[in-house]
Design a protein around this ligand. Sequence first.
Ligand code: NAD
Length: 483
Amino acid sequence: MISFPTTLDGLYINGQWSAGPEHLRVINPASEALLTTVNGGDEHAVDQAVSAASAAFKNWSQTSGTERGAILRNIANGVRNGREHLMNLQSSNNGKPQFEAAIDVDDVIATFEYYAELAEGLDAKQDSNVPLPSDDFSARLRREPCGVVGLIVPWNFPMVTTAWKLAPALAAGCCVVLKPSEVTPLPELELAAIIAESGLPNGVFNLVCGTGLAVGAPLSVDPRIAKISFTGSNAVGVQVMQRAAETVKGVSLELGGKSSLLVLADADMDLAVELACGGAFFNAGQMCSATSRVLVAEELEEEFLTRLQKRAQAIRVADPFDADVEMGALVNQAQYQRVLGHIDRGLSAGARLLCGGNRPADLPRGYFLQPTVFTDVPLDSALWCEEIFGPVLCVRSFSSEAEAIALANDTPFGLVASVVTADAVAADRVANALQAGMVWINAPQVIFPQAAWGGYKQSSIGRELGPWGLAAFQEIKHVIRAV
Ligand code: NAD
C-alpha cells in the first residue's frame, strides 16, 4: 500500500508543476478512504497550458520522426522502470486487482514502443509522390502534425486510454494538453513525472487535472486547439462535439458499448463460460467493451447457465492487493449506486436474477459487488438496452444464427463482439455480419497496439491504435507543381 502526501500539484504546464484552485478529493474505492487531494485547474490553467503547447509546437512539429521516436522510447523505459509503482497507483485509485493493473501498464509500454517505431518510420514517409494522369504536373503528398491537441480521458483505464492518444499524438509531432478523469488522476500524474524526465521539450506535453466543467469544457472550445480526442460517455462526448463544432475542430470519440458474446451450438462450453466471465467481470465490468449480453444457442442454454452460475459465484471478489483476488472494487460511490440502480430496475422490469446482485457478505466496506447474472431480461428494459458499466451480465437464448446476429446488432452501439464456435467458416460468417469495430473468435479480449480500436454506430468516431491512431493526428497536404 502506498502512502500519499496530503495534497498534490495537479498542473504540469510548460515543464513546471503547480497547484490549481480546485480541490479534487481522490478516494481509494476498496476502503472508501481519502488517498489525497489533487489541486486541479480551471479555465485559466487551460489557457496557460494551451499557450505553452502552442509556443512549443513551432519547434516540436519540425523535429524528425527519429528524434520523436527516441523520446517515446525513453517514456516506455520510464514506465517499465516504474511498473510496480504505477500498478500500485492504479489498484489504489481505481480498485482494479494488481494482475489487471499489470496488464494496463504493459499495454502502455507496448503502445509507446509501437508508436516510437512508427515515428522512426515517418521520416522516409513524410513526403511521397502521387502519380498523376498528366506529364505537365507532378505531385507530392506531405503528412504534417495537425497542431495542438486536447486529450480527455475517463477513469476506467486511466493510463491505457491516455497512452492510446498521447503516444500517437507525440509521434505525429503534435503538442498536447491532457485532462485525466478527476476520479483517477494519480496514474497520469505519475506518467507526467516520467515524461518530465524523458527529454521531451517543455510545453510539448501539458497536464491539467480537473473536472469536466472546469477543464474539459474550456479545452473543447479553445480556438487554438486543432483537435479533441475524447474517451468517455456518450452524453459527454456529444457535449464535447457540440463545443468543438464552434471552431470546427477535428474530433475523435471513443464512447460506450453494449456488446454481445455469441455462443453457437457447437461451442466449447468451458471456453464459452470463461470468455463470458472474462468479458463481463474484468475491471468489475467497467469496460466500454464489456460483454453485456451473452446469446447462447437454445440447445446449450440450460447447461451453459448451470456452469456460468457456478463459475460466477466462485469468482473471488476482494481487495485489489489481495493475492487471490479475481475481481476488485467499482471505482466510486456514484458508480456503485448507478449499477445497483440498474439491478433494481432490472428486477422491477421482470428480469430473473440468476446470481449476485449484492455486496459480498465478507466485504462490509468499499464499493464491492458480486458478479451478477440475469436471464429472462425484457428486450425493452434498460438492463438489456443501456450500458451498465458494472459486473452485470444478461443471458438470452437464440434459435438460429440469424436471430443471434439480429439480437447482437440491435443496439445503437457497435464497439465489440465475440463468437465461440468450433466451425471456422461460421465464425467468419458471423464476425462479418456483426456491426462492431472489433470481433474476437474463441479468444479473450486481447488488444494489440497494431490492431485498430473503435466501434460502429454511436460507439466511436474514428479509430485508435495502429497506423489509424497516428493518422488521426496528422493533416494531409497535397503539393502540385507545374513541370
Ligand atoms: P465521462 O464521460 O463522465 O468522463 C470522461 C472524461 O470527460 C472525464 O475526464 C471527465 O472529467 C470529462 N468531462 C466530463 N464532462 C465534460 C464536459 N462537459 N466537457 C469536457 N469534458 C468533460 O466518462 P467516465 O465516467 O469517466 O467513463 C466511463 C465512460 O467511458 C463509459 O461510457 C465508457 O463506455 C466510456 N469508455 C469508452 C472507451 C472506448 O474506447 N470506447 C474506453 C473507456 C471508457
